[in-house]
Design a protein around this ligand. Structure first.
Ligand SMILES: Cc1cc2nc3c(=O)[nH]c(=O)nc-3n(C[C@H](O)[C@H](O)[C@H](O)COP(=O)(O)OP(=O)(O)OC[C@H]3O[C@@H](n4cnc5c(N)ncnc54)[C@H](O)[C@@H]3O)c2cc1C
Length: 394
């Protein structure tokens, strides 16, 4: 290896990126007795990447594809384990209403996953749903699915809890130092950060929106989208979590919109899952509001959640890291078996981060995972994901 002399002793695994996935990978490795060094360019949880903004929806009847369901079943178990370890609630089972045309991508996908994996869902007409949840509206021919054990996770608290538990279990967590370069061969890996050179037997790269940068020599088809989150006050208690209002996901003619109940008067949180602005160049963590996106969100609220007051309380920007098929990348590098990549979570990955931590750890240590991840491998991109090797400068 040609990097200068390492300044640390050999560890089992280095994890680069300590957001949703990396914090969970450190935790899984430390919990299973492996020596792990985690590195992040910032001090997670932070607001520069993809894991911030208070809450993330978790659901099991996955419309995106039934292949995700076994991972979700394990993810739920791991979130529960984490909660019992820290003695604090981070998962709130508010339920989730999925609303739209019965033959649309969302409802047909939800019912397919539920059928294939025998998951409990409740189907109702839009009229029945409006009676049960008087604040909602929808087109007369739409259908509604209620998934009762769906809900939300407290996103920053999940990352913080994984990192804190990792530290307590002996992981070395290095924050505010960027990885500049990495190198791997059959002997192991070297990672050069702004401050030191680290070495380990294995490397896990989970750099979120910076994945293309840390994997610059691989033509991995990733593109970053700038996305927006909004919080609005409510005219009545119709959307209050305390009164049993659930999370929601709408499939409408102007795209997908989702949101969270008003919790303790903090406002109803809502966002547009469709759309966003494609980023050119490397994400700089600087987010800017987008008037067009906000107009669409407010038109959605007027039509379907009219008890919301259109006086914006709070806004936040965030990144989606998209693959062409919007499915995750979870694999070892084709030409570097010591290097595991988790990337391209395509705007729906947080709920999985507990199990992706386990899978990344298993791939690093045992070269395979107990869970079936064939659906998420590089080979689906043909040759494009398998080129390049050598010295990787970020
Ligand atoms: C607005 C919004 C809403 C979402 N809603 C949901 C939802 O409801 N449900 C859901 O499941 N998912 C949702 N997602 C998606 C989910 O939040 C992401 O898929 C997930 O958080 C990504 O985690 P990550 O670990 O890949 O990235 P991050 O959490 O961004 O972590 C990447 C880390 O890598 C670090 N890093 C990068 N490069 C380097 C380097 N060279 N050296 C050192 N460190 C480096 C970064 O600093 C960062 O901390 C949403 C995303 C957004 C943006």
């Amino acid at each position: 290896m040609s990097l200068a002399s390492p300044t640390s002793k050999l560890s089992d695994v280095i994890v680069v990126g300590l957001g949703g996935v990396g914090s969970a990978a450190c935790y899984w490795l430390a919990k299973h007795g492996y020596s792990v060094v985690g590195v992040d360019q910032f001090d997670p949880p932070h607001r520069m990447g993809s894991s911030h903004g208070d809450t993330r929806i978790i659901r099991k009847s996955y419309f995106e594809h039934p292949s995700y369901v076994p991972l979700l079943i394990r993810a739920y178990e791991l979130w529960r384990d984490l909660e019992s370890r820290i003695g604090k609630q981070i998962y709130f089972p508010t339920g989730l209403l999925e609303i739209g045309p019965a033959d649309g991508i969302v409802l047909s996908g939800v019912t397919r996953s539920a059928r294939e994996h025998s998951l409990a869902i409740e189907l109702m007409s839009i009229d029945q749903a409006c009676l049960q949840y008087p604040g909602i509206r929808g087109s007369g021919d739409w259908q509604v699915v209620l998934e009762k054990d769906a809900g939300y996770l407290l996103v920053e608290q999940c990352v913080a809890a994984h990192l804190e538990q990792s530290r307590q279990l002996g992981a070395q967590i290095r924050t505010c130092q960027r990885m500049i370069r990495w190198q791997a061969d059959s002997q192991g890996v070297l990672v050069e950060t702004e401050r030191e050179i680290l070495r380990a037997k294995k490397l896990i790269l989970c750099a979120g929106p910076w994945a293309s940068q840390v994997l610059a020599q691989y033509s991995i088809p990733l593109q970053v989208l700038r996305k927006h989150l909004y919080w609005y006050p409510c005219k009545s208690g119709s959307y209050s979590k305390e009164r049993g209002f659930p999370c929601f996901f709408y499939d409408t003619p102007t795209g997908y919109y989702y949101g969270f109940p008003d919790h303790s008067g903090q406002g109803l949180k809502v966002a547009r899952h469709s759309g966003g602005q494609w980023l050119e160049g490397i994400p700089d963590g600087q987010h800017f509001p987008d008037d067009q996106d906000r107009k669409l969100v407010e038109a959605f609220l007027q039509s379907y959640l009219p008890e919301v007051e259109l006086q914006l309380k709070r806004w936040s920007g965030c990144y989606y890291t998209m693959t062409p098929d919007e499915h995750f990348i979870v694999d070892r590098l084709p030409d570097q078996a010591n290097v595991v990549v988790v990337a391209g979570l395509s705007g729906h990955g947080f709920k999985f981060t507990s199990v992706l931590g386990q899978i990344a750890g298993e791939l690093a240590i045992e070269s395979h995972s107990a869970l079936d991840i064939d659906f998420f491998r590089f080979h689906r991109f043909g040759e494009s994901g398998s080129i390049g090797s050598g010295n990787h400068v970020c």
